[in-house]
Design a protein around this ligand. Structure first.
Ligand code: NAP
Ligand code: 8YV
Length: 315
């Protein structure tokens, strides 16, 4: 009997490819470039990146798209749903890694550890010298979460022992959480001096962290983004950091990756990392396994493990 054909367009984690090749006929190509016969055979897709409506429409027998990552903004899940195609993502298995990264980024931003290390490596530590005291401290800060879902809550849990005050803005209040809730992002920004953004890329979150929000955080304010660069007006951010309207920023994600604006690169009060929050071998392996297990779940029992909200079946 012939194996089920699974398409893998673009770059993919090697563990996904290795596991898929055990049980499926894996075709590594773009959906829109396939010959008709091959396109007709594809029933599943494993993707780390974009899979748009045209790609979905190019595969008439498609049943499931397994996306690598918890954010699935690159996959047209609404269009997939209209065609009865299941979309899955990789939630939860990366929560701890991303939360650890967020704490690291926050501390690096506030206490300037990367700059201090560069200062040392550049041979500046001589008798009688010392790296300048950091202008900011985490102590006594009021941290506002823009987004407090699976990952946001893990970050908040890690911050509790740091004895900071924690508040949040989301569209709906979570009564299970004891933190102060702000129904608007503006209200949150007015109340806090430190903001951590961990919201998905949606039409509603586009450039919502704008000049007004950054001004409200203030000259001693710190902004950290581990969600999506889409959420931030980067021009306004660079201007606020440069003028001193905002104190410092720690960014793992950017509007047009991998293009990081020169204005941000030039700023000493910005800590920049290349979208690495989930980027450890164990966590990426767990994400890879979940991609494959979603496909196996669908093809073996009609039950994907972690379907996204738009998808027509529930796991
Ligand atoms: P999640 O559990 O779905 O949480 C999303 C949070 O954002 C919820 O609290 C949600 O609350 C809030 N939210 C959504 N839309 C909003 C809006 N318009 N205004 C205000 N709040 C809004 O997702 P997660 O697993 O925590 O992941 C969050 C995002 O992080 C992912 O979608 C991905 O883009 C990003 N991420 C980045 C990395 C990285 O490598 N840097 C790694 C993993 C994830 P309400 O629904 O009540 O509004
Ligand atoms: C990954 C992420 O870097 O899960 C997400 O939403 O942004 C990251 O964990 C990305 O998905 C890998 O392509």
């Amino acid at each position: 009997m012939s194996r089920i054909a699974v398409l893998v367009p673009g770059k993919m984690h090697e563990r996904v490819l290795a596991r898929l090749k055990d049980g499926f006929d894996v075709i590594e190509a773009d959906a829109t470039t396939l010959d008709t016969e091959t396109a007709q055979r594809i029933r599943g897709v494993a993707v780390s990146g974009t899979f748009n409506a045209a790609a979905i429409d190019a595969l008439p027998k498609l049943e499931v798209i397994a996306s690598f990552g918890v954010g699935y903004d690159n996959v047209d899940a609404k269009h997939a749903a209209t065609k009865g195609v299941v979309v899955t993502n990789t939630p939860d298995v990366l929560n701890d890694e991303v939360a650890d990264t967020a704490i690291g980024l926050l501390l690096n931003t506030i206490r300037e550890f990367p700059r201090a290390e560069n200062w040392l490596r550049d041979g500046n530590w001589k008798p009688g010298t010392g790296y300048p005291l950091s202008r900011f401290s985490l102590k006594g800060r009021h941290v506002g979460f823009y987004g407090l879902g699976r990952i946001g809550q893990e970050i908040a849990r890690r911050l509790e022992p740091f004895k900071v005050k924690i508040s949040y803005h989301t569209r709906s209040r979570n009564d299970a959480l004891a933190y102060d809730y702000y129904p608007t992002l503006e209200g949150l920004a007015d109340a806090v001096d430190t903001m951590i953004a961990i919201v998905p890329k949606t039409p509603q979150t586009h450039k919502t962290v704008n000049a007004d929000i950054l001004k409200a955080l203030g000259p001693d304010g710190v902004f950290v983004n581990v969600g999506r660069g889409w959420t931030v007006d980067e021009e306004a951010l660079a201007a606020a950091l440069s003028s001193g309207a905002l104190g410092a920023a720690g960014l793992d994600v950017f509007y047009d990756e991998p293009n990081v604006p020169a204005a941000l690169m030039a700023l000493p009060n910005a800590v920049l990392t290349p979208h690495l929050a989930s980027g450890s071998v164990p966590t990426r392996n767990a994400m890879a396994d979940l991609v494959v297990d979603n496909l196996l779940g669908w093809f073996e029992s009609g039950k994907p493990l972690t379907p996204v909200a738009e998808t027509p079946v529930k796991g």
